[in-house]
Ligand binder design. Structure first.
Ligand code: PLP
Length: 370
């Protein structure tokens, strides 16, 4: 991964905790900070120390079902700076619904989507009010916002203390924000299939579970060491059908112009970017199919390929290598369909295009303190 996530947690963080007798309690915590420009001028060691203090909850248990057994889940979403100076989140209501579904899938109490929505909007708003949010750069539009900055929001669960294998009945839901640039290095966008299996039928592939990322991280590292940007997972049973990238959904544009992506099964993560792309394609008159996509089919019939996700946005894939054979897409350039979808999605996110579907939610700015 290129620049992606440098971990500079913004000062305001959010925490909720489930009490088995009384439901959820919430708090916003303002961690130690200076102004953004003062922090930028700090000597690196002092800055690192300050950032570590922000990445620290002295009262969270070290030994718990999450740290011991990976029993946890998370979300990832972004807030985009707008031309008018505001900050808007992309489909945070969808992330709230998925977070609840993931938690229930792990037999935790579900975090209410309405509470989630207000919390993310308030959290990014509070950080913006103290200067911790990127501002809009009019230069981004010329390159379709591919180099645009944003605020990344990471909600996640943390389990209560426990050492025996068990489920979490009274988790915390924590939310932090951190600035992000673009996810992938420009240049190499080659992908390679992996023999590793991310998800099996009946498993947790559809849940945004911490544990799913062990295999993803291993496969991605192996791909990078072999000179690729991304690893692509195939199905567990036959090793013949595409499933996903390491942390993103995958799409192909076939020679007849149809946009194809694997159908949502319990081994595929229901990406919000994926869902949005299908809507945008439909609007553009592009026919879409959600169906199994075999390696054979894609290698002989696909002319474009891209991966999608909050972090990846829409990232064109120049080629996929499988069993030593490389399929090259769109002459290693960004294909026309990929480009059109990317332009529209980013345009909506950065407010350069109208938000016809009501996808963008403004940050809630905290009232000035007395
Ligand atoms: C989060 C995630 C995605 C992308 O989902 P978005 O909602 O589009 O960010 C795709 N695949 C996996 C495995 C994921 O964890």
């Amino acid at each position: 991964m290129a620049m992606g996530f440098s971990l500079e947690i913004d000062p305001w963080v959010y925490r909720a905790k489930f009490h088995e007798d009384g439901g959820w309690t919430e708090e916003y915590v303002e961690k130690p900070h200076l102004t953004p420009s003062e922090e930028a001028a700090m000597p690196p060691s002092e800055k690192a120390e300050l950032l570590l203090r922000r990445n620290n909850f002295a009262d969270l248990p070290l030994v718990n079902y999450t740290s011991q057994y990976g029993m946890g889940c998370f979300e990832g979403l972004k807030a985009f700076p707008q031309l008018d100076g505001s900050l808007k989140l992309f489909r945070p209501d969808e992330n709230g619904k998925r977070m609840e579904a993931s938690m229930k899938g792990l037999l935790m109490p579900g975090f209410p989507p309405d509470t989630f929505l207000t919390a993310v909007r308030t959290l990014v708003g509070r950080n913006k009010c103290i200067g911790f949010a990127p501002s809009y750069d009019p230069g981004w539009a010329a390159a379709d916002f591919v180099q645009g900055s944003a605020v990344y929001v990471r909600p996640f669960t943390c389990a209560e203390p426990g050492i025996g294998v068990g489920i979490s009945r009274s988790p915390w839901v924590i939310m932090i924000t951190t600035p992000v640039g673009s996810y992938f290095k420009p240049g190499n966008t080659k992908a390679v299939t992996t023999r590793r299996v991310r998800a099996t039928p009946g498993g947790t592939g559809w849940i945004k579970a911490d544990s799913n990322y062990v295999t993803s991280a291993l496969a991605k590292k192996e791909a990078e060491l072999a000179g690729f940007m991304e690893a692509v997972f195939l199905d567990a049973r036959e090793h013949a059908y595409f499933e996903e990238g390491s942390s993103c959904n995958i799409f192909f544009v076939m020679k007849d112009g149809t946009l194809v992506t694997p159908r949502l099964e319990d081994t595929i993560l229901p990406g919000i970017t994926r869902k949005s792309i299908l809507i945008l394609a439909h609007e553009k008159g592009i026919s879409t199919e959600e169906r199994p996509v075999s390696v054979k089919d894609a290698f002989s019939n696909a002319k474009e390929c891209f991966v999608s996700g909050t972090a990846a946005g829409i990232t064109p894939i120049e080629s996929i290598t499988h069993d030593g054979k490389e399929a090259v897409f769109a002459g290693r350039k960004t294909g026309d369909v990929t480009r059109a979808l990317l332009k529209t999605l980013k345009g909506i996110q950065y407010g350069a295009l109208p938000d016809a579907y009501g996808w963008m939610f403004p940050a809630i700015l905290a009232a000035p303190r007395p």
